[in-house]
Ligand binder design. Structure first.
Ligand SMILES: C=C(O[C@@H]1C=C(C(=O)O)C=C[C@H]1O)C(=O)O
Length: 365
């Protein structure tokens, strides 16, 4: 058979498979509409329907990854299903999600990775504004960065948890690649300023020291903001990611300039909705202990005694007295698990204050 004939035959097969996929996706979408109808039918008076179910979505993605036999890899396949679910959920209820903007930030990329592209996303100018938007009920969820593998905690986010009553509903991790970007009127030899967010400048510190030791580094509100400035400003460069580069039409002078190749950021989904256990969950709590010898030891003993895996512990000033602290602790398990319940009960006896920020499925994607 000639190449043209072979391609023709294969394309006939692809067309017929696409038609089947189309039919199946439409069937699935109709099922989701039916789910919405059932959820509305069984509402108690005064109750609002819960359309978005993160625990169910996590299960669906994991199930697909378990069944997948290739040639597409698990992540790629889950990404496709992520988008199908996002479209199905939008038929039930289009989710409104606030994120740390402006458009083009890594937080926006994290929001899309977690919820899919069918959400209505709303950029906010500051982390605290994302929290306030969720508390006010103007959006269903918010997305904020919480820690970076190179630079550590995002303290604005931790501090906002002290000020707002909010539930953590999910987490997502994003590999962060930074590029040195310039506009069309800038020549590399003439760069006199480099703009970026302070975290991004810190994540590229060694590279900047080696390549632009004498160029002024200017911290701005976000790396998308840096990209926006550089578009209209001569002889300056921005450090930002792919989305911002595309959005503002900048070219890459150098790709992947982050000091650590595994540079990643973890983001949290915040809302008002408690998430039921999936069997593969994490819990975040805030604890404050009285300032006495052995307090930190007492805080950690119940975790060790019950074999609970701590994934993170962070200290912040408590804001209620000088040199007093609160601990942000993440651990594996759900607050409804009997073992976790026992730990939390033990802790609440030792602690001055204890607040469960939320239990949520471990990041799937
Ligand atoms: C269909 C449902 O509603 C939403 C859509 C889902 C989907 O498309 O699979 C999964 C969970 C919910 O976010 C459901 O609750 O099962």
């Amino acid at each position: 058979m000639s190449e043209a004939d072979q391609l023709k035959a294969l394309r006939v097969r692809i067309d017929s498979l696409d038609e089947k996929i189309l039919e199946l996706i439409s069937d699935r979408a109709r099922c989701a509409q039916e789910v919405a109808r059932v959820k509305m039918l069984n509402l108690q008076p005064g109750e609002t329907p819960v359309f978005y179910r993160p625990e169910r979505e996590a299960w669906v993605l994991k199930h697909i990854m378990e069944l997948n036999k290739g040639p597409l890899d698990n992540e790629e396949m889950a990404r496709l299903f992520r988008e199908i679910m996002s479209s199905c959920l939008a038929l039930e209820q289009p989710l409104k999600v606030a994120y740390l903007g402006p458009e083009g930030t890594f937080t926006q990329a994290a929001a899309l990775k977690h919820f899919g592209a069918s959400v209505q996303s709303k950029p906010m100018a500051a982390i605290d504004e994302v929290f306030r938007e969720v508390v006010a009920g103007a959006v269903n969820f918010g997305v904020v960065p919480v820690e970076n593998s190179t630079e550590g905690a995002v303290s604005h986010t931790l501090d906002s948890f002290l000020e707002h009553d909010i539930v953590i509903c999910g987490e997502v991790e994003l590999r962060i690649h930074h590029h040195l970007l310039i506009g069309e009127n800038t020549k590399s030899a003439n760069i006199s300023r480099i703009y970026s967010h302070a975290q991004s400048l810190a994540q590229c510190r060694k590279w900047l020291d080696a390549h632009y030791p004498n160029v002024e580094r200017v911290a701005v509100a976000s790396n998308a903001e840096a990209a926006k400035r550089v578009k209209s400003e001569w002889n300056s460069a921005a450090i930002a990611g792919d989305v911002a580069a595309q959005l503002y039409g900048l070219s890459k002078l150098q790709e992947k300039i982050e000091d650590r190749p595994d540079n990643s950021t973890r983001f949290l989904m915040i809302g008002n909705q408690e998430v039921p256990p999936t069997g593969d969950d994490k819990t975040s709590i805030i604890v404050s202990m009285s300032n006495r010898p052995g307090a930190l030891h007492e805080l950690l003993v119940p975790f060790h005694a019950n074999g609970i895996d701590l994934t993170r512990i962070e200290t912040r000033p408590s804001r209620s007295g000088k040199w007093t602290y609160v601990f942000f602790i993440d651990f594996v398990g759900h607050h409804q698990d009997p073992l976790v319940k026992a730990v939390l009960e033990q802790l609440s006896q030792e602690a001055v204050a204890l607040k469960v920020l939320g239990s949520y499925p471990k990041a799937v994607l």
